[in-house]
Design a protein around this ligand. Sequence first.
Ligand code: NI
Ligand code: MN
Length: 230
Amino acid sequence: MEILYHGHSTIQITTGGQSIIIDPFLTGNPVAKTKAEDIQVDYILLTHGHGDHISDAETIAKRNNATIIGTHELATYFSWRGCKVHAMNTGGSRSFEFGRVKLTQAFHSSSLNVDEEQKIIYMGMPNGLLLTIEGKIIYHAGDTSLFGDMKIIGELNVIDLAFLPIGDNFTMGPEDALHAAKWLQAKKVVPIHFNTFDLIKQDGDAFVNQLRQQGIEGMVVQPGESFSIN
Ligand code: NI
Ligand code: MN
């Protein structure tokens, strides 16, 4: 399995001839190295409806005939936009060709701005993603605050890799993400949702050093870099 980080919360995973992308935000993402037009995927997984997580979902889905997987409201919205979708909801899991997807809870919001009407459309609950691919468990926290049930997610799952937001302001900052990493007992932690904009500027290396002091392996991945887990 190859894991490619596109910056922000956008992660592409390729396994056994299939490729998935989580929260595609490339157009307007100042750190992304790849254009949305160059993304080739079979599935698009969405954690919530904010622009910095779904902005390229529709165009990537239509060009690739890819299926969008997300919570009921998000899936319904994209089906009305003419995309192939698979609706789920928090706590539900389902096997796909590439692996198993479970939607976990996240504490955040999920909405779409209709600027011309000054309207906000709520898009259901935000989620995290628990993926089982090639026997490995990958947790993508989505946008979330710290919450106590991360302990339970860690107790019930042997997490090989966790993507945790550290940007602060909109999500957990590094201090809370450190607690999250401890509670999740992930074998490896990769910080996300930081340094995309000034407002979420953080020192990823300092976070990884703090993880190390707690005996947790962390890794800063630069946008455009890929890696694998074993
Ligand atoms: Ni958000
Ligand atoms: Mn976000």
